[in-house]
Design a protein around this ligand. Structure first.
Ligand SMILES: Cc1ncc(COP(=O)(O)O)c(C=O)c1O
Length: 380
């Protein structure tokens, strides 16, 4: 087996699209002005930012004034939780699905320590929330956080049904993994807040956005200048914002083509795994999930070493991930898979393949051959 370099971790991050980089460069070189300045340099930067906001808003089906730029998904999620509880004083209870990203779970836990009521929504064996559990929290002064799609398994949550189950509560949707991969119409989904990030769709790292529905008396989480209509202080990173705009524009323009391609790849990978890896168990269903992610574990997981699996694949040049998080110096198994009812061993041995429209069948074949090779000595 000739060693290769195969990246199958596109849900962690993507490379920067050369077209995106091209669009960004003038804003790093000659048009370097601060958008808050009154002179020509500043005005040019201001126009670029507002044009980006307008285009992104129209692509998402919202009003430009409903979008603020943030440093990414983590900041957008933290902003919603902290602002709703402290700065805007809109809620006293935060409810979140058990499979949320840590940038929702950890601020919620911090809020619990400060005396706010918090609760977790359980999920079914595919990681989906149930509307009857959501309906329990249908009351004012409550923030419900349910992500659009999960970063470890790709499962899509029934957001419209969640909205209908809790019309009285505020609803926040982390759409970081979904943007540019599935059609998103925020008005139709009926959410109050939504978080986005550029680096999951070939945009630059360090830029994202937060949707705040018009009419919500939202107050800033971060103080300083009056940028973003007093809702997020800090000099706007013009080049990153333009990069974000171009990445989303391109992803949505190519949405149909990319989706078809990735669906084929997903199907191919699923078949290969089924044929060649005995005891493979899928943590991602065939329907109602992003085709970009395929998460697996093994029936004999208790005999396998999850970290060794990932590292073994890496030694052969295949980059995948397992959703484990490093906490206090040790690897913690995925909270998502545990919430779905997988055993500790199955959660520890999980592998997440995450694909791109640029992935090839040949790369997937090589990755599965490597997996066979890495599994063999562990199973012997
Ligand atoms: C679902 C989800 N939410 C939030 C984030 C955080 O986004 P960012 O890396 O832009 O801070 C990620 C990134 O891994 C994610 O997958």
């Amino acid at each position: 087996m000739t060693p290769r370099a195969i990246y199958l971790d596109y849900s962690a991050t993507t490379p920067l699209d050369p077209e995106v980089l091209e669009a960004m460069l003038p804003w790093l070189r000659e048009h370097f002005g601060n958008a808050s300045s009154l002179h020509a340099w500043g005005r040019r930067a201001r126009v670029a930012i507002e044009e980006a906001r307008e285009e992104l808003a129209s692509l998402l089906g919202v009003h430009p004034a409903e979008l603020i730029f943030t440093s990414g998904g983590t900041e957008a999620n933290n902003t919603v939780l902290h602002s709703c509880c402290f700065h805007s004083q809109l809620v006293d209870t935060v409810v979140y699905s058990a499979v949320e990203h840590h940038s929702v779970i950890h601020p919620a836990q911090a809020l619990a320590e400060r005396g706010f009521q918090t609760a977790t929504l359980p999920v079914d064996h595919w990681g989906r929330v149930r509307c009857e559990d959501v309906a329990v929290w249908n009351r004012p002064r409550t923030l419900i956080c349910v992500m659009h799609s999960n970063n470890e398994t790709g499962i899509l949550q029934p957001i419209e049904a969640v909205r209908r189950s809790a019309p009285e509560a505020l609803l926040h949707m982390d759409a970081v993994q979904s943007l540019g991969k599935v059609p998103l119409n925020l008005a139709q989904l009926g959410v109050d807040f939504a978080s986005f990030s550029a680096h999951k769709l070939y945009g630059p790292k360090g830029i994202g956005a937060l949707f705040i529905r018009r009419g919500i008396p939202f107050k800033a989480y971060q103080y300083g200048g009056s940028q973003e209509r007093n809702r997020r202080a800090g000099t706007e990173p013009v080049a990153l914002i333009v990069g974000f705009q171009v990445a989303v524009r391109k992803a949505l323009r190519e949405l149909e083509h990319r989706t078809q391609r990735v669906q084929q790849l997903n199907h191919f990978l699923r078949q290969l795994l089924q044929e060649r890896i005995p005891g493979v168990l899928f943590n991602t269903p065939q329907e109602e999930a992003l085709p970009y992610i395929l998460n697996i574990t093994f029936a004999d997981a208790h005999t396998l070493d999850g970290d060794a699996l990932i590292l073994g694949m890496d030694l052969h040049g295949v980059a995948v991930s397992n959703g484990a998080a490093c906490s206090a110096g040790s690897m913690q198994p995925s909270h998502v898979l545990l919430a779905m009812g997988r055993s500790l061993a199955q959660a520890r041995a999980a592998i997440r393949f995450s694909l791109s429209h640029d992935t090839t069948e040949e790369e997937l074949l090589y990755a599965v051959q490597v997996l066979e090779k890495v599994l063999a000595p562990m199973r012997d």
